[in-house]
Design a binder for this molecule. Structure first.
Ligand code: LLP
Length: 418
């Protein structure tokens, strides 16, 4: 099966391809719905737009956005390193054939066992979050394991305009060494005393950021921190990473604008600089295909339930996230509908969506922009098997990269004690 002839590109050129009804029906026949669909050409276009900055910048893909093994391998093949935030994400990278040396280990509460695993595997960089972690790293290294690069995650005291759940750089943040609370220099001192040779600063102030002001403020504060580190530990600082966070929405800055906001604000130019985008790499590349499973009319309003919901996309419920939804069977007459999932609660997924007035059970709905933080946050709520994921390669090939979960998979961990 090839998808090439079945795709229409909207006015937003390659960033937002869609698929036609005939092809969607073939996908459903072969893989079932709900189905996650990922377009390689969009991931490639996104990568190119990050790479298009005319200066050496280290780019890492934030694994958490879509940690499917083939996606990790794809980024590694392209020369990107991977930001991993747990032993599980690191193991995913290793299983995908990515070298631990090309992985950078994040986390605000890393476990000793995770640090031992990462160090034993030869992790490339650790971004340390707290004093206890520095002690743990030192105890793991113990003279035998080679010490990777060490950066300190800092909370610069900057609150970007975004959902509170994904804001991570404020003075009250649980993440990193707080600059406003005076933790950064003591942390650098401790890391130095412990022989860990800290060489980097890192700040990730949040996700789904669409305005550059907060990024500039963060880079400015990082500049002050860098100056302080330099005065206490001359030449120790080698790199600064500005995190990920670029949002997806109409009118967001381009990756280049996003990077330049930090790079031009940060006062020094003689260090290695890095970014670690997740959402902006894969969100627009992904779609979810649903079948309509129930239709009702309530107080004049059309209520449609699809064959998935909260378990394959918790983001509307968690963050009030909005998505574009496209009914694939076109009709001259449309009306507004609220679209729900089929979980045992009022899981409103998409509000006020234009659907054909004669919408039928089995009609296909395509939801755009679900490539980030959907498959990775899926659950088995109501014992729904998690969806399959297909990769539509630029060559035209349709590749299954994650099969649908089976009921056997689901019950495999469970024990019925006698
Ligand atoms: N670096 C660090 C240290 C991070 O914690 C994150 C995301 C990123 C990079 C990538 O950020 P991005 O470019 O994707 O914004 N589940 C939420 C998103 C949580 C983001 C967590 N950290 C959602 O569905 O919106």
């Amino acid at each position: 099966m090839t998808w090439l002839k079945s795709v229409t590109h909207t006015a937003m050129e390659k960033a937002a391809p869609s698929i036609d009804l005939e092809f969607a029906e073939k996908l459903r026949e072969q893989f079932g719905t709900p189905l996650y669909i990922l377009f390689e050409e969009v991931v490639a276009a996104k990568s190119s737009s990050w790479e298009a900055i005319n200066q050496p910048v280290h780019l890492s893909y934030a694994t958490k956005a879509n940690p499917t093994l083939e996606v990790l391998r794809w980024f590694a093949d392209r020369g990107w390193s991977l930001d991993v935030a747990s032993e599980g994400e690191l193991r995913a990278a290793l299983t995908a054939g990515v070298s631990a040396a090309d992985c950078r280990f994040h986390g605000n509460a890393k476990l000793q066992s995770e640090l031992e695993f990462a160090l034993g595997a030869g992790i490339g960089e650790i971004i340390a979050d707290n004093m206890e972690e520095l002690e743990m790293i030192a105890s793991c290294v113990g003279g035998q394991t080679a010490m990777p690069r060490l950066a300190l995650r800092v909370a610069p005291g900057v609150n970007p305009e975004t959902n509170a759940k994904i804001s991570t750089g404020g003075a009250a943040s649980k993440f990193g060494f707080s600059w406003p609370e005076g933790e950064v220099i003591p942390a650098w001192e401790l890391a130095t005393e412990l022989g860990l040779q800290p060489s980097g600063l890192h700040a990730h102030i949040g996700s789904q950021i669409i305005d550059l002001q907060a990024s500039k403020e963060s880079a400015e504060t990082l500049g002050q921190i860098a100056a302080e580190v330099e005065s206490r530990f001359p030449h120790a600082l080698k790199s600064v990473n500005f995190g990920g966070g670029l949002g997806v929405a109409n009118g967001v800055p381009s990756p280049k604008e996003y990077m330049l906001a930090s790079l031009e604000t940060f006062p020094r130019k003689d260090l290695e600089f890095g970014f670690e985008p997740g959402r902006s790499m894969v969100a627009d590349a992904g779609k979810t295909l649903y079948s309509v499973a129930a239709i009702k009319r309530r107080q004049g309003k059309l209520l449609v339930s699809v064959d998935g919901g909260l378990s394959d996309n918790p983001r509307p419920a968690l963050y009030g996230a909005k998505y574009d939804v496209e009914p694939l069977r076109k009709s001259a007459q449309t009306e507004s509908a609220d679209i729900f999932g089929r979980h045992c609660e009022t899981d409103l997924l998409f509000e006020d969506i234009q659907v054909p007035t004669d919408l039928e059970i089995g009609d296909l709905l395509l939801v755009h922009g679900t490539g980030a933080y959907n498959a990775t946050m899926a659950s088995n709520y109501n014992r729904f098997p998690r969806p399959a994921q297909v990769f539509l390669r630029s060559s035209g090939e349709v590749q299954l990269i994650q099969r649908r979960e089976t009921y056997q998979d689901m019950f495999a961990r469970e024990i019925l004690p006698r």
